[in-house]
Design a protein around this ligand. Sequence first.
Ligand SMILES: Cc1cc2nc3c(=O)[nH]c(=O)nc-3n(C[C@H](O)[C@H](O)[C@H](O)COP(=O)(O)OP(=O)(O)OC[C@H]3O[C@@H](n4cnc5c(N)ncnc54)[C@H](O)[C@@H]3O)c2cc1C
Length: 423
Amino acid sequence: MTLPSASGARPSTDVIVLGAGIVGVSTALALQQRGHAVCLVDRQAPGRATSYGNAGIIQREAVRPYAFPRAWQALIRVAARRGNDVNYHLRALPSLVPALARYWHASAPARYAGTVAAYSALIRHCLDEHAPWIERAGAQDLVRKTGWLEAYRTDAAFDQAARAATAVATDHALDHALLDRRGLAAAEPALRNVLAGAIHWRDPWTVTDPGELVARYADLFTRQGGTFCHGDAATLRASGTGWQVSTSDGVVEAAHAVIALGPWAADLTARLGYRLPLFVKRGYHRHYGAEAMPSKPVLDSENGVLLAPMRQGLRVTTGAEFAHREAPPTPVQSERAEELAAQLVRLGNPVEATPWMGARPCVADMLPVVGRAPRHAGLWFHFGHGHQGLTLGPATARLLAEVFDGEPPYVEPAPYDPRRFGA
Ligand SMILES: Cc1cc2nc3c(=O)[nH]c(=O)nc-3n(C[C@H](O)[C@H](O)[C@H](O)COP(=O)(O)OP(=O)(O)OC[C@H]3O[C@@H](n4cnc5c(N)ncnc54)[C@H](O)[C@@H]3O)c2cc1C
């Protein structure tokens, strides 16, 4: 994907972007749009890691990031692994405790209200920031503008969720509809009659192959003169003029480097001496054949299982697994998700031999890290998008690019600034 200049030589580079998931590719595009020569570096093709395996929802409604449960009933349920939405590895807990303690602290109602204000300020731009790139990348065939369904099995749970959804929709000017059992059956005939009702979030867009969307954005970037190189971010070094990284096309040097390595960001930031409260929530998916698929994603809310119609089949995704990123997969949630999904639709055979596993890049205060590295000139951080990286990649990339260029930022940048964790 490297595009040489007319003379055949590599164009000189202003910025190295490390990581070609949705966040890195969006960073590269946003900086390129402002006239910077960008080299995007990844050890694999763009969009093949976490940005491949997600549920594909550009979550315009996600104004409230996932908080750590505070009610003791909820904590006991999680600790006893009673639900399918959360799993954890006991042996990982000691090393996760510091970040999880900060996550719990940040989830206290008063602090959380401030987080929602900051988060919703970004989320509100997610569709507008994706829209021009979807068009210029020729990716309209991957995007549906019909929203998604937050479904409930019991009347009591649906009634409670419907009241909460209506309040959130009113506060944040979101478009939603409440579908009772009958309305849901009429809207989605592929669903069996086991759901009491659903909240139809109508603003969000859904992507039928999120990895392919990122690949098309990366193609747009290279078509417009950007450079993509295979390389290992671990080779990043300070050089006389700024930063350098070794790639299969040779050493690339630039005045600036952006770390956009998603769940791998801490490998590099820790080496550079930063102690950031980062952790991962692992997640699984598997595709299945289905006689008939729902027309839009359906969340089985009480079980943390989402059914998303994708190009590869019906993608059944799981909730969160607290574990070390590299620990061997323990797809118990995925196995249970298959049983639960089969209660909702006529599920066919799995497409893959084993479930896919990825890791959501999370930050204890639930806000992404966007901005200048506190102690290294020319180094920038852009990671930690948690449950909504596909949604937010272009929106936070614009913010980063504006701060980078000293333009007035379109969203107040302080809540996401890496300096909030100290130097
Ligand atoms: C099951 C599941 C469902 C989800 N559903 C949604 C959803 O519906 N909507 C939504 O908005 N978000 C969703 N998410 C979250 C979303 O997928 C992530 O927030 C997002 O993909 C993170 O993007 P990223 O670019 O930061 O990381 P990644 O996509 O992981 O990109 C990081 C890149 O860094 C590269 N890299 C790592 N180490 C090195 C190295 N040493 N050298 C070179 N390259 C390196 C990797 O190869 C990778 O390409 C979901 C996540 C999961 C797991």
